[in-house]
Structure formats: structure tokens, C-alpha cells
Design a protein around this ligand. Structure first.
Ligand SMILES: [Zn+2]
Length: 387
């Protein structure tokens, strides 16, 4: 439900907007609730067709509200120079796919907090509109009030302090700031997310099984339990991600990098087809330090050669495909693997040079990091996957 790409409906400020299938379910539900529950029976003799029209209209405004919430996250991330791949709306909200993680707790805090803030402003705005601007006891008034309450609820729910909810991210940024450790902050807020999910499941199941007034009943209970379950699942992934982050931070680039002679040195003018006469036999882990007149001027990886089309494979020289050493910001041997991974994703490259005092010591790529972590290549970490 969360992994799917959904249906693409357009693009706002360069960000593709998608709808998950579950969104249509909640849209239909919302239209139904507004048409049958929120609008009173005797309202100005409102006919059946009109009721449904108001329902659909309110559903669309709700969709736009969700979008504004997500755009607030995305545009803040963009302001910090982060790339936003897409916004997907699914059934209890949306998700902004931001390509990089925050570098500082302050960034994390603002990216997270602006979403609920946007919902709160919308919610209060709709309520004020209903209370002071729209004529009393009209359908429009009722619908505006309902949308106001819905947006306020959205703001409040998203601020619950459990990762991956916005409130959990705010909590993560605060713990990160206090402890200076991002993975510890992620773990703590993800644990809170699991706890929150468990409470929601107990509340939901309790509502289904008992008549106690403390529990809600019927449909709401299933809803709460389902959201609790999704929260636990996502939070568990957060805990895993925190562990991976810690492992990565413990690895030094200097320990993983390939140096000569493992990293082969080859002349810049060497044709690719001579360097690798048979691509089938090329080891995916191979990296090349490209030299000219005895100076290292760039790096290239076997993966780049494997991805070349036939024509370029036959005609290119190493210098045509290499990553110029001066063009990418080099890593230092003391940098953590987490930093290397972030840089690989940001530069969308397969290898990065490791430089100490202006001297190219070696190269490090995704393959070396994954190998050091003792796991196979994962699509999530692939800089070319665009996700
Ligand atoms: Zn949000």
C-alpha cells in the first residue's frame, strides 16, 4: 500500500504528485460521510443529488488540504537544497519522498513541523470562515466547519510523538539536538512510534470487543487499529534504519576504500573495449583510477562500463566516462560510511574519490559499503533508482 507508485495526476513546482489507490477509498468514504452524516436531514430541503455534490466538493477540498500539508514539507526540504522525488497521497495522509536525510536537527525540525502547521492554519481558517463569514445554518457553513475540524484533527494526529509521524520527526530532531546522535534519536522516536501503534491497536480492538465507553465503537475501531498496525510496521523500519545508520557511521571510508593495486590504474586515453574486452567477465566491484602523465585525474567504475550502450562501449575512451577528480567533492579517509552513502546518493554516482591532502588515495563505491555491511545490494541504496 505504501510501496506502490500510485497514479500520477500532475506536477506542482516540479514535484510529481501521485495518488495511491487507497486514496480513492478514503475519498469515497469521505464523500459518503459528508453526504449522509454531516449534512442534517432537514437542511433547507436539500435534495439527494445536491448532498452528493457537496460531498464530492468537500472531498476535493480535503484532497487539496492534504496536498498543501505535503507541499509545506516538500518546499521546506527544497529550501534546504534537498531534492524531492514525489508526493504521494494515500489513505490517512501523504508522503513526500525526499531524496536525502536532513544534515542538521534544525532542518529536520522545520521540514517536519511545517506540515501540521499548514493543516492547523487551514483548519482554523475553515472554522473561522464557518463561524464568522458564511451564513449560519447553511450547507456551506456545515461543510466548511467539518473541513476545519478535519484539518485540525490532521494537524493533531500528525503531531503525535512517534516516528514516522511528523511529531515523531520533531521529537527525533529535538533528541538529535540534545544528544548529538542522529541514530539514537531515530531509534528513540521509532520506539515511541511502535508504542503509539500498539496503544492504537489495543484501543481499536478493545472497541470492537467491549462496550466500554472509553472505547469508540464499530467502524472507528477498525480504522484506529489499522492505522496503529501501519504505524508499528513503519516504526519498526525506522528502528532498523537507525541500526543501519549506526553501523554505517562506525565504518571509516579509509577502511573500505579500494586502493591500488586492487583499484587498477589505467591511462585516460585507453579505449574502453581494450580495458574490458569482455564485459561479461567484468567484476562489478572493479574500480579504476584514471591517470594521465602519472597523475590521477579521475575515477571510473566497472558498473559505469556495464551500463554503457554498445556504441559508446566500442568508441569511448576511459576519459569519456570517468568522474573527474576535481568535479566531485572528495571524501577523506576518516569520513564515515554514512557520509559516503549520502554523497553517493546526492551526486548520483557509483564511486567517489578518497583524497588526503590533495592526494588521491583510493576510491569507494556502493559495492564496498554494502560488502562491509555484510549484505547484498539493496535497491533502496541504489543511487540510480530514483526512489
Ligand atoms: Zn506531514
Amino acid at each position: 500500500m505504501f510501496g506502490g507508485q500510485g497514479i500520477r495526476v500532475g506536477r506542482i513546482l516540479g514535484i510529481p504528485i501521485r495518488l495511491d489507490l487507497s486514496f480513492f477509498f478514503v475519498f469515497a468514504l469521505l464523500v459518503f460521510l459528508i453526504a449522509t452524516q454531516i449534512l442534517p436531514d432537514d437542511l433547507n430541503g436539500l435534495g439527494g443529488a445536491e448532498r452528493w455534490l457537496y460531498g464530492v466538493g468537500a472531498g476535493i477540498v480535503y484532497f487539496v488540504s492534504l496536498l498543501i500539508h505535503e507541499l509545506a514539507h516538500s518546499l521546506t526540504a527544497k529550501r534546504y537544497g534537498m531534492e524531492v522525488s514525489s508526493i504521494t497521497l494515500f489513505f490517512f495522509g501523504g508522503v513526500s519522498l525526499i531524496r536525502e536525510d536532513s544534515q542538521r536537527p534544525g532542518q529536520e525540525f522545520w521540514i517536519a513541523v511545517v506540515g501540521p502547521l499548514a493543516s492547523l492554519v487551514l483548519g482554523v481558517g475553515f472554522i473561522l470562515l464557518a463561524l464568522f463569514a458564511l451564513p449560519e445554518e447553511t450547507t456551506l457553513n456545515k461543510v466548511a466547519f467539518a473541513l476545519g475540524v478535519l484539518n485540525c484533527f490532521l494537524a493533531a494526529f500528525n503531531m503525535l510523538p512517534g516516528f514516522p509521524l511528523d511529531g515523531g520527526r520533531v521529537m527525533r530532531s529535538l533528541i538529535w539536538r540534545m544528544t548529538g546522535s542522529r541514530h539514537r534519536a531515530t531509534r528513540a522516536s521509532a520506539r515511541m512510534g511502535q508504542l503509539l501503534g500498539a496503544v492504537m491497536i489495543i484501543y481499536g480492538v478493545g472497541g470492537l470487543l467491549t462496550d466500554a465507553a472509553v472505547f469508540d465503537s464499530g467502524f472507528n475501531s477498525i480504522w484506529v487499529a489499522l492505522i496503529g498496525f501501519l504505524l508499528i510496521t513503519q516504526a519498526a523500519q525506522g528502528v532498523k534504519a537507525a541500526e543501519l545508520e549506526r553501523d554505517l557511521a562506525d565504518l571509516r571510508v579509509g577502511e573500505l576504500m579500494l586502493r591500488p593495486p586492487v583499484a587498477r590504474t589505467a591511462e585516460a586515453d585507453l579505449p574502453i573495449r581494450i580495458l574490458a574486452p569482455s564485459r561479461a567477465q567484468l567484476d562489478q566491484q572493479d574500480v579504476f583510477i584514471v591517470s594521465e602523465d602519472g597523475t590521477a585525474i579521475g575515477i571510473a567504475s566497472a558498473v559505469q562500463i556495464l551500463l554503457l550502450d554498445e556504441e559508446r562501449y566500442l568508441n569511448d575512451r576511459l576519459r569519456d566516462i570517468m568522474i573527474e577528480a576535481g568535479k566531485v567533492q572528495p571524501l577523506e579517509p576518516g569520513s564515515g560510511a554514512d557520509e559516503a552513502l549520502r554523497r553517493l546518493q546526492k551526486e548520483r554516482t557509483f564511486v567517489l574519490p578518497v583524497v588526503e591532502r590533495g592526494r588521491l588515495l583510493g576510491v569507494v563505491g556502493l559495492e564496498q559499503i554494502l560488502k562491509a555491511l555484510g549484505q547484498g545490494p539493496s535497491p533502496r541504496l541504489d543511487p540510480s533508482s530514483g526512489a
